[in-house]
Design a protein around this ligand. Structure first.
Ligand code: NDP
Length: 249
């Protein structure tokens, strides 16, 4: 069960990249954080690094049918859920006409449908306590058009719409729902998209007024703020954390 004054968070994809940086911030602020991913080794490595407040749970969130029992189990073991960060996501970089229906569905399943299914189950728990903060993770792909990421763009655009709909519907239950739109952040995912494509990387940097990629910790700081009482009157926003990329010339 929860210790007094210790909040409980779930961070999906908390074993690597941006999710790991969010977990690091949460743990440093005494928030007990459950990290979910498919790769148990990655999760265990995160726990070794972050200590007892970091709790790894191996699960494939694209297995929608398993999500209700997963959330029930977390609630039974650890008590109420205060914060959910829907960070897990996958990308597919491929020309528009080469993307198969199956590939498109797979990206939407992980980046969108699983976010809905997990949020629905967590909200049922949050509603009991009359409070909660949910943070979704979008992308620059939902701010302007980026070629060769059609399914990813569809999923992230939908996440922003869902953020607003959830914020409105869940406010009466004391649940705030916000979204972070990271710019180009140095992680494995962005390395895959940029390292073999110098032209794209140059384009990214040239339209980022601050002239550099962000660090995962920059997203961690924003998530910590949106999850906490300092953001108690903020709901339904999409916060770009992007060095100005979304408004860059
Ligand atoms: P990573 O690839 O490092 O992290 C993605 C995480 O999602 C991994 O920990 C992975 O864990 C988890 N994950 C993926 N699929 C599933 C699944 N089916 N079930 C459970 N967990 C899953 O990427 P980033 O840290 O860069 O990305 C994190 C989020 O930030 C994503 O939503 C991404 O779209 C978004 N983003 C990233 C940007 C960037 O520049 N890096 C820019 C804008 C948005 P495992 O492999 O163990 O399953």
């Amino acid at each position: 069960m929860q210790e007094k004054n210790t909040k409980l968070a779930i961070v999906t994809g908390g074993g690597s990249g941006i999710g790991l940086a969010i977990t690091e911030k949460f743990v440093a602020h005494n928030i007990r954080t459950i990290i979910i991913g498919r790769d148990r080794q990655k999760l265990d490595a995160a726990k070794d690094r972050l200590g007892a407040l970091c709790i790894p749970v191996a699960a494939d969130l694209s297995d929608l049918g398993a999500i209700p029992a997963l959330v029930q189990d977390i609630t039974t073991r650890y008590g109420r859920i205060d914060i959910l960060v829907n960070n897990a996501g996958i990308n597919l970089k491929k020309p528009f006409t080469e993307v198969t229906d199956q590939e498109f569905q797979q990206i939407l399943l992980t980046n969108l449908t699983a976010v809905f299914a997990l949020s629905r189950e967590v909200v049922k728990q949050m509603a009991h306590s009359g409070s909660g903060a949910i943070i979704n993770i979008s992308s620059m792909a939902a701010q302007y058009g980026i070629p060769k990421v059609i399914a990813y763009t569809a999923s992230k655009s939908a996440i922003e719409g869902m953020t607003k709909a959830m914020a409105v519907e869940l406010s009466p239950q004391g649940i705030r729902v916000n979204c972070i739109a990271p710019g180009f952040i140095a992680t494995d995912m962005s390395a895959k998209a940029l390292d073999n494509d110098p032209e794209r990387k140059q384009k990214v940097l040239s339209r980022t007024p601050m002239g550099m990629l962000g660090a995962p910790a920059d997203i961690g700081d924003a998530a910590l703020f949106l999850a906490g009482d300092a953001a108690r009157y903020i709901t339904g926003v999409v916060l770009p954390v992007d060095g100005g990329n979304s408004i860059g010339f």
